[in-house]
Ligand binder design. Structure first.
Ligand SMILES: [Zn+2]
Length: 386
């Protein structure tokens, strides 16, 4: 049995009188409703600037968040994750007044290697050996170009991956840095570099899933996860790409899928969400109006679903386009591409150094017959407050 000690970001002086409650964010809930419900001043929300109000609209359905209460049931602190890296932190300052900030999420990163010989199927064997369906799904994405039916009993798979852990529990998605599969003595490899999968020669692998959702004039704001803003002296994030375009410009579904939401969503204004295969969803925000669509309807790639606008917290007409994989915001630029690229020059050099380092690590582990990581269910989840 393994135990993991983790620092909890709550700062607690008197320990005994406080309790931590873990709750799940409801579908359709908003930060504003949350504050009202818990008698926390709504000025905390209205005091945020436009970008932060938009960010606060990105609390995802089913997000687990924590409330720290004193023995009189008063809320002392609240932590609500809005991405893998950033969370809303509400707490009382020295004047006993509530304050809201965005703070980085503290998590551990484990680099792991899993090596196995196929007994049943690649997916099933990886899942059984690791106890993690997230890892099995990440492997399928990494090997997108490979026909899994060709993988047979006795073939070998090696995965070198990064796993995050927060408060003892798995956190965020898994990043596969390098994966090899030996099919009938024929080795196939993929390497992850700058959000993209490449072959050994630095040629991008075919994994374009989505097309651009709008004819835009320019990108007015790129994607970023938690980033420290040196002038504002605080953390910011932008969980999508903003495409500047005139009001009324058609917005098209970036991929084939099913409409799962049509309506308003806090600072995002009018929003459409589409669910695609492979655990991806896309979000289209600040829309002026919707096309004739409804929840549950199937849409094709390129089908018009709405029109560009400036509803919600927006500085001017633009499309905010978000891409989510297993409910976590990812950089849309990693899945929306115009042409395949091949690494050259300095980047190629850096890529080669990176993959050489991955290969050294994996080789050493295999040579030493290091055991596979413990199964996920063997971790004892507990929170250590300090
Ligand atoms: Zn935006």
């Amino acid at each position: 049995m393994r135990k993991i000690l983790l620092l909890f970001v709550f700062v607690i002086q008197s320990f005994a009188a406080l309790s931590v409650e873990e709750l799940t964010w409801d579908n359709g809930d908003t930060l504003l409703k949350f504050l009202q419900r818990n008698s926390i001043p709504i000025s905390l929300y209205y005091g945020l600037d436009k970008e932060d109000q938009e960010l606060a609209s990105d609390i995802l359905y089913k997000t687990r968040y924590q409330i720290l209460k004193d023995d009189n049931n008063n809320i002392e602190q609240v932590l609500i994750p809005i991405s893998d890296d950033l969370q809303i932190h509400i707490y009382k300052n020295e004047n006993n007044q509530y304050v809201l900030t965005f703070t980085p999420i503290i998590y551990q990163i484990d680099n792991r290697i899993l090596h196995l010989t196929i007994k049943n199927s690649a997916y099933q064997d990886v899942y059984e050996e690791s106890g993690s369906s997230t890892l099995a799904r990440a492997m399928v994405r990494a090997f997108k170009g490979i026909n899994f039916r060709n993988i047979q009993k006795g073939d070998e798979i090696t995965l070198y991956y990064e796993q995050k852990r927060r408060m003892g529990k798995l956190w965020g998605d898994i990043t596969i840095k390098m994966a090899t599969v030996e099919i009938n003595k024929n080795i196939q490899e993929v390497f992850f570099y700058n959000d993209t999968f490449y072959d050994r020669k630095g040629r991008e692998l075919d994994n374009f899933l989505l097309t651009k959702p709008v004819n835009y004039i320019r990108i007015s704001s790129p994607f970023s996860t938690a980033r420290y803003h040196p002038i504002l002296k605080r953390y910011r994030a932008h969980l999508g790409i903003d495409y500047a375009a005139p009001t009324g410009t058609p917005v098209k579904s970036a991929g084939k899928g099913t409409i799962i939401f049509v309506g308003t969503k806090g600072g995002y204004g009018n929003v459409v969400q589409v669910k695609h295969e492979g655990g991806y969803t896309t979000l289209y925000a600040h829309l002026s109006r919707f096309a004739k669509i409804k929840t549950g309807q199937r849409v094709n790639q390129g089908q018009i679903i709405a029109y560009v606008g400036s509803t919600g917290m927006s500085t001017g007409p633009h499309l905010h386009f978000g891409v989510y994989l297993n409910n976590k915001a990812i950089n849309p630029a990693s899945v929306v591409k115009i042409a395949k690229s091949e690494l050259k020059g300095k980047q190629k050099e850096e890529f080669e150094n990176t993959i050489a380092q991955y290969e050294r690590t994996v080789k050493a582990a295999l040579k030493n017959h290091e055991p596979n990581p413990p199964k996920e269910e063997d971790f004892e989840n507990y929170i250590e407050l300090n």
